[in-house]
Design a protein around this ligand. Structure first.
Ligand code: SF4
Length: 92
């Protein structure tokens, strides 16, 4: 079973009221030159929008915390999802 198939087993309860990852776009725009977030997320959740803003699709987050560590300019507010939300791992 490959990684994509394993990730496909996971179930996500999306908290649409309180996203657990919030990007400070002002910090991104004025300080960040490396954009590590686009390369480190194992679920490939970071993208660049049409206006060149970094976007994150928190709905598929694996809660590994890699992006928080990689964001050296501290543009992310990151916390675990509220109880009852987030990823549920299944090992098939
Ligand atoms: Fe991706 Fe991990 Fe950050 Fe979630 S915590 S967005 S899976 S790098």
């Amino acid at each position: 079973m490959n990684v994509e198939a394993k990730l496909g087993l996971d179930v996500f309860q999306v908290d649409s009221e309180q996203p657990h990852i919030v990007i400070d776009h002002e910090i991104c725009r004025t300080r960040c030159t490396v954009r590590y977030c686009l390369h480190v997320c194992p679920a490939n959740l970071y993208t660049v929008g049409e206006d060149d803003r970094i976007l994150v699709n928190h709905e598929g987050c694996l809660e590994c915390g890699t992006c928080l560590i990689a964001c050296v300019d501290e543009a992310l507010t990151w916390h675990y999802p509220r109880a009852g939300y987030g990823v549920q791992y299944r090992f098939g």
